[in-house]
Design a protein. Structure first.
Length: 346
């Protein structure tokens, strides 16, 4: 047993034991209202605490989703507090992605000129953690009128340079979001290859590298299928990291004259299953979620004595929350249990 990770592994297993069971899912899919879903979940090990002060008869969908999402943050903060400084450095990347989501959301308000929804439900659990751990000047972001203001609000963070680069290129909102996403995955990949213990690098490459490959492939497919983008534009938005797909394969796929040719070529790569069933209506995003969950489950079960298991756990927790949100939405609109089951990734 790896003594250095034994306590962390025990913590992860105890937290994972509180995940919903197959029986829980069957019960939830059979509920008739969001209030019924809440009443049931108040009696589950994983969500009883977070819903303990809630009156199930009064709760509505938005509140329920915010509280359920908060359970991921709770689990992350427990693991962050439990881990020593030698392990926290890599955990920051989970939080960094949420910082980037915050930046993209605030920048979108600037470019779309939408009014921020002041009636939006406050995610207090995440707000408390965000407030004490981020270097972003949130008030500066809330009052930002342009990208220069956004960059200044991020002066003491890693996001300052990517935002300044986006400003110098004078790009539109979509390009800014892609620049931030690309920055994130580049930084994460660099640290995986330089800071993560050598015996765990392949585990992290499986978890993160597969995501990057899949995101790139889905982007090429969408560019071909829906927008007829030229090759040079597709390349602009690809994350410059390769895991289980070669640069030559990427070039071949980008050169595909149509979405149909792309599909024929991608099925000769290691990511053939990512596009399984797309001709008959299956979205690649659904296959993507299944692939990421499968990889996370594999790492969590087979390599529990590792730092990678923490990331695998967080991915699995986020999938559970996504399943719950899907159930809440389906129950709200009266979707039959069998149809709900097809939309879940369990």
């Amino acid at each position: 047993m790896n003594v250095d990770y034994s306590a962390l592994s025990a913590k992860l297993k105890a937290m994972h034991a509180k995940f919903l069971t197959p029986e829980d899912y069957e019960q939830l899919m059979g509920k008739k209202t969001v209030n019924d879903v809440c009443s049931y979940m108040k009696n589950t090990p994983g969500y009883g605490d977070i819903l303990s002060d809630i009156n199930a008869a009064d709760i509505h969908r938005g509140q329920m989703e915010i509280l359920v999402k908060g359970s991921v943050v709770n689990d992350y903060t427990r693991l962050y507090s439990f881990a020593d400084s030698s392990k926290r450095y890599i955990l920051k990347y989970w939080f960094m992605h949420h910082e980037i989501e915050f930046l993209i959301r605030e920048i979108q308000y600037i470019y779309t000129h939408e009014e921020r929804d002041t009636g939006e439900i406050n995610d207090e659990i995440f707000e408390r953690f965000f407030k004490t751990h981020t270097g972003i000047d949130r008030e500066g972001m809330y009052s930002a009128k342009n990208l220069d203001d956004c960059a200044n609000a991020c002066k003491n963070t890693p996001y300052y340079e990517p935002l300044r680069r986006a400003q110098s290129l004078d790009v539109e909102f979509f390009s800014i979001s892609m620049i931030l996403e690309s920055f994130y995955y580049n930084a994460f990949w660099r640290d995986i290859n330089t800071k993560v213990p050598k015996d765990q690098r392949e585990l992290f490459r499986l978890l993160v590298g597969s995501k990057i490959d899949a995101l790139n492939l889905m982007w090429i497919y969408r560019g071909k299928k829906f927008f007829n983008f030229p090759e040079e534009l597709i390349y602009t938005y690809l994350i410059p990291v390769r895991h289980r797909i070669s640069e030559e394969e990427i070039k071949n796929l980008v050169k595909s004259e149509s979405a149909e040719i792309f599909l024929a070529r991608v099925r000769e790569t290691k990511y053939a299953k990512l596009f399984s069933g797309v001709e008959t209506g299956t979205y690649p995003e659904l296959n993507y979620r299944r692939m990421i969950r499968k990889n996370a489950k594999r790492v969590f079960v087979s390599h529990s004595q590792s730092l990678a298991a923490v990331y695998a756990f967080l991915y699995l927790k986020e999938f559970e929350v996504l399943n719950i949100k899907t159930i809440i939405e389906c129950v709200r609109y009266g979707v039959e249990p069998e149809e709900i089951r097809r939309r879940l990734d369990i």
